[in-house]
Design a binder for this molecule. Structure first.
Ligand SMILES: NC(=O)C1=CN([C@@H]2O[C@H](COP(=O)(O)OP(=O)(O)OC[C@H]3O[C@@H](n4cnc5c(N)ncnc54)[C@H](O)[C@@H]3O)[C@@H](O)[C@H]2O)[C@H](O)CC1
Ligand code: K
Length: 464
């Protein structure tokens, strides 16, 4: 199974509508689908909040409809549940759901708080931020509640690009993603508001999506037939700053590569690290990944080293300074390489390499991959891996302790080890990203990049 198949599907608002439409075309009614969504919501509220007083706030669309259905089911379970509406239902299905509730409907603006707040104001149909009075009231109800649950999405975030359109939007404890995850559940800043996300399976088809969540890679342990080269040989092209290249090389070793060689190193590092000139490495067909960028520097020597790497036939991982030096001519050469390259820019490096791509992070990562013909990993607290064919993977938020010097070098070395063990460029970037995030969780607070490399074997263990 590739990294692609393993991850949970993520659907945009348009893809969700199309997937629902496929069910309707097959003879299902909107009401029947809403009944499933409402049942999933009622079960979630019952399981996570228990029989305490609950307020469900409903909007005019089908998100509100889900709320009415759940209210009726929870009342049947004996729960004390109240419903408040922002406006009367505007869809047939939502009207049908409100009729099924049949109980009192309070005015949203005047509704009193409850222990559990369920936000069914707006979901994928949100077209703009909440009006100030609505946002203020929602925030007050959330602040007074003990448990806050959002239906599909917290009302006030954009489904597809992760933007928060509403000031003062509460951070919910739980979000029930209906049918599938949406980009906003994983892209920041929206993802900061969703809390724990539970996917409610309502039977919509999800296989047509081009976007998935990063999943734990499945990696095999070496067998008796393996030797150091078959486990993966990594070359790291060092430069002016030996520490960063050493970190990348050490990470490649700790991520399971059987043989790691560093060029232009200043010596030092693990005794098992081999020091060899770049010229000797680029013609060595056993080298399954050549990482360039960490510690490369930006001087003329760095340019020469990059030119040598670009002229080699080894699968490349281009990071840090090498991304900055690459420029447009380098980018063109990358796309023509036989082995697909991997680029690992952070936002600043991305902006230099791809001037004029101003959009949300997901679209930027996809456009960068398409333009370069390489797999592009856009680093950040919500890292994205994009393939030139349009597929993309979003990583769940990584520990913020990763924001420290050298952690990017460790990521580069980890991905290089995955590439050298035989994974394709996309799977290698995904696997390395997962291991890196897990190593950060293992290393814990105040980690330094060295700790991260040291924690990689324990992260790797979870993938065997
Ligand atoms: N489509 C289905 O069959 C099912 C959908 N499910 C749930 O429905 C929502 C999406 O429903 P939809 O009716 O398309 O949109 P919303 O309920 O999110 O709201 C649309 C409604 O609100 C108006 N509107 C939009 N933004 C604002 C705003 N800022 N202020 C005021 N009004 C606004 C807009 O004009 C429309 O009238 C999905 O998330 C699921 O929860 C079910 O899961 C299954 C069936
Ligand atoms: K909602």
């Amino acid at each position: 199974m590739s990294a692609w198949d393993a991850g949970r599907p993520i659907l945009t608002a348009g893809e969700t509508r199309a997937a629902e439409q496929a069910l309707f075309d097959g003879g299902m009614s909107v009401e029947a689908l809403m009944a499933r969504a409402g049942a999933a919501l009622a079960e979630l509220v019952w399981r996570h909040a228990g029989p305490v007083d609950t307020l469900i706030v409903c909007g005019p669309g089908n998100n509100g409809g889900d709320g009415y259905v759940a209210a009726a089911l929870l009342r049947r379970l004996g729960m004390t549940v109240r419903v408040a509406a922002l406006a009367a239902p505007r869809t047939d299905a939502a009207r049908h759901a409100r009729d099924g509730w049949g109980g009192a409907v309070e005015a949203f603006a005047e509704s009193a708080p409850a222990t559990v707040l369920v936000d069914a104001l707006f979901g994928t149909g949100l077209t703009r931020g909440l009006d100030t009075a609505v946002a203020t009231k929602l925030a007050a109800l959330a602040a007074a509640a003990t448990v806050t649950i959002a239906v599909d999405l917290p009302s006030g975030i954009a489904t597809d690009d992760g933007a928060v359109l509403t000031e003062g939007l509460p951070r919910f404890d739980l979000t029930l993603a209906l049918g599938a995850l949406k980009p906003a559940h994983r892209l920041r800043p929206a993802a900061d508001h969703v809390g724990r996300v539970v996917v409610g399976e309502i039977g919509i088809p999800t296989d047509a999506t081009g976007l998935r969540e990063l999943a734990r890679p499945r990696l095999s342990a070496p067998t008796a037939a393996d030797h150091k080269y078959s486990r993966g040989m990594v070359a790291v092209a060092g430069g002016a700053m030996p520490g960063a290249a050493l970190l990348a090389a050490t990470a490649a070793q700790r991520a399971g590569a059987g043989y790691v060689a560093l060029s232009n190193g200043a010596g030092g590092g693990p005794m098992a690290l081999v020091h060899r000139p770049l010229e000797a490495l680029i013609d060595d067909k056993r080298v399954g990944a050549l990482a360039i960028g960490p510690g490369l520097g930006r001087d003329s020597a760095a340019r020469d080293i990059l030119a040598v790497a670009l002229g080699s036939a080894r699968p490349l991982l281009v990071d840090a300074d090498a991304l900055v030096l690459l420029g447009q001519p380098g980018l063109k050469r990358l796309g023509a390489l036989e082995a697909m390259a991997i680029l690992t820019p952070h936002e600043g490096e991305f902006a230099k390499l791809f001037p004029g791509i101003a959009s949300d992070r997901l679209s930027r990562a996809r456009a960068g991959a398409a333009r370069s013909g390489a797999v592009l990993l856009l680093k950040g607290s919500d890292s994205i891996v994009a393939h030139p064919d349009g597929r993309a993977v979003i990583a769940p938020a990584a520990p913020a302790w990763l924001a420290s010097a050298g952690t990017g070098d460790v990521l580069a070395g980890t991905i290089a080890a995955m590439r050298a063990r035989g994974l394709d460029a996309f799977d290698a970037a995904c696997a390395g990203l997962w291991l890196h995030g897990e190593a950060a969780r293992i290393a814990g607070p105040a980690l330094i990049a060295d700790d991260l490399a040291a924690a990689l074997p324990r992260a790797l263990e979870q993938c065997l």
